[in-house]
Design a protein around this ligand. Structure first.
Ligand SMILES: Nc1ncnc2c1ncn2[C@@H]1O[C@H](COP(=O)(O)OP(=O)(O)OP(=O)(O)O)[C@@H](O)[C@H]1O
Length: 255
């Protein structure tokens, strides 16, 4: 495993309130990290900071040993792809053209060369969105649109992929296929950090889970080594785990 990302002693405040406190972790190739935590825990803020989109109070985010704020926009876009949680589209564009925006850092999408075309086609396939490519994005359902935005993220072919709730709007079959696909990307050498609320899917497909609670890292373990007690404390739910440590379901806590 080669180290890609180094987040060190990160502190961030928003609107005068401290949101991330002393967050530190490293991530490397072949890792699919599920970033989990209750609403408001700081997951989106952390992903934005890694993407170079949030002002840091202190600490650093280095990608390939270079602080992310020292990257030029084009260089950063060639290293990091980012799927935000909110994905408004203000223009009526074909879904395929949205995906082609992922090639912007390589001089596209105004002129797509063969490599760009192949990246767009591959991303559409990986996101299960091939059949949507020639439809106006404004006419797509929420889950269909989410798959197009995911495809736009994948079309960048960056080593580091940051995805904020990539499966939140998807039906169960697409949730499973996207999680399997993201794990495949990690196995092929990418580093993936995804904010997720789907703990059973995270425990099944991620290689590692980082738990954020109140802006602090409260757990950082291989995905099948999550502590049931910690899950109960942080999320207020009881996990049903199999003998391999995979979470098969969640129940309300009885006490
Ligand atoms: N611009 C802002 N000004 C003030 N507070 C903010 C701002 N943006 C976010 N926050 C606060 O920062 C905290 C962390 O928000 P963040 O969006 O990172 O949480 P999250 O873990 O991604 O939550 P969710 O699971 O609901 O998406 C929340 O308490 C939120 O209210």
């Amino acid at each position: 495993m080669t180290n890609i990302l180094d987040v060190k002693s990160l502190h961030i405040s928003l609107g005068g309130t401290s949101v991330l406190h002393d967050v530190s972790f490293r991530a490397g190739t072949n890792e699919f990290i599920g970033l989990v935590g209750p609403n408001g825990a700081g997951k989106s803020t952390l992903l934005r900071a890694i993407a170079g989109l949030a002002a840091l109070d202190s600490g650093h985010c280095r990608v390939k040993d270079k602080p992310v704020d020292l990257y030029s926009p084009i260089e950063r876009a060639q290293h990091i792809s980012y799927l935000p949680q909110a994905r408004p589209v203000y223009w009526s564009m074909l879904a395929r053209d949205i995906v082609a925006l992922g090639r912007f850092a390589y001089g596209s999408p105004l002129k797509l060369d063969d490599r760009d075309q192949a990246a767009v086609a591959s991303a559409l396939k990986d996101a299960g969105a091939e059949s949507l490519a020639d439809r106006p994005v404004a006419e797509l359902s929420g889950g269909e649109r989410a798959r197009i935005h995911l495809a736009r993220t994948l079309a960048t072919e960056t080593p580091l992929i940051l995805a904020d709730e990539p499966i939140a709007a998807l039906d169960p079959a697409h949730q499973l296929s996207v999680m399997r696909m993201l794990r495949g990307k990690a196995d092929a050498g990418h580093t993936i950090i995804a904010a997720l609320h789907e703990l059973p899917l995270a425990s099944r497909y991620c290689t590692r889970i980082i738990i954020l609670a109140d802006g602090r890292v409260t757990g950082d373990n291989p995905s099948t080594k999550m502590s049931p007690e910690l899950i109960e404390t942080v999320f207020g739910v009881t996990p049903i785990m199999d003998s391999n440590g995979v979470i098969n379901g969640l129940l309300p806590m009885t006490t």
